[in-house]
Ligand binder design. Structure first.
Ligand SMILES: [Zn+2]
Length: 202
């Protein structure tokens, strides 16, 4: 059983943040998850979970969701039915080019991750769950940072998690993020249109 915390502030967005979904990533993501507190959530709920160490299987691989930890992830999603689902990952620095290069869509079928700052990357979650379990209007984000992050990187990562935790809905989130990362928001909408066609979904 990994780290678990649930912050409840009445009605509003249901948020589920899961860290360390494969391999040793949880050792890094727990550093960020533990920094989220009551003060970061204004309304709705925030469920935080950090998985224990497991065998590394990519979440793009359908077999992942048949593994023990993959089933744990699916269970948490079905249990909490989040409107906002955030997966916290970390990557080896040598993986940076593969994660961010434009040909990622041809290689692995998903758009490249987008750098916010200091090596912190955002993208969608695995299509295995994004289009099969979640609704189009749900907010689903993968957040990556280099494993064993520097203080500066961790700061960017935690700050973004706090924005997510405090956002009331998609519009509120996009407005807040646009102020700090306008180009990245534009790029992410362009990539979302590759997956979903029309985007934003309203
Ligand atoms: Zn990962």
């Amino acid at each position: 059983m990994g780290f678990f915390n649930c912050i409840e502030k009445g009605s509003g967005l249901k948020r589920l943040f899961i860290g360390g979904v494969h391999g040793k990533e949880g050792l890094s993501t727990i550093k960020a998850i533990k920094k989220l507190s009551e003060n970061d959530v204004k309304d709705g709920t925030l469920v935080l979970y950090n998985c224990d160490q497991s065998r590394y299987i990519s979440t793009l691989n359908p077999l992942y969701y048949q593994s023990t930890v993959g089933k744990e992830v699916l269970y948490l999603i079905s249990q909490y039915q989040p409107d906002m689902y955030i997966e916290l990952h970390c990557y080896k620095p040598e993986s940076y080019p593969a994660l961010t290069s434009i040909d990622r869509i041809q290689r692995v079928g998903v758009p490249p991750l987008i750098e916010l700052d200091k090596g912190v990357l955002i993208g969608s979650v695995s299509p295995q769950i994004r289009t099969k379990i979640f609704k189009k209007q749900d907010i689903c984000i993968t957040l990556e940072m280099p494993c064993s992050p520097s203080t500066e990187t961790l700061k960017v990562y935690i700050n973004f998690l706090k924005i997510l935790a405090g956002a009331k809905n998609r519009f509120d989130l996009e407005n807040k993020v646009k102020k700090i990362y306008p180009e990245q928001v534009e790029t992410s909408q362009k990539y979302a249109r590759i997956i979903f066609g029309k985007y934003p979904p309203f």
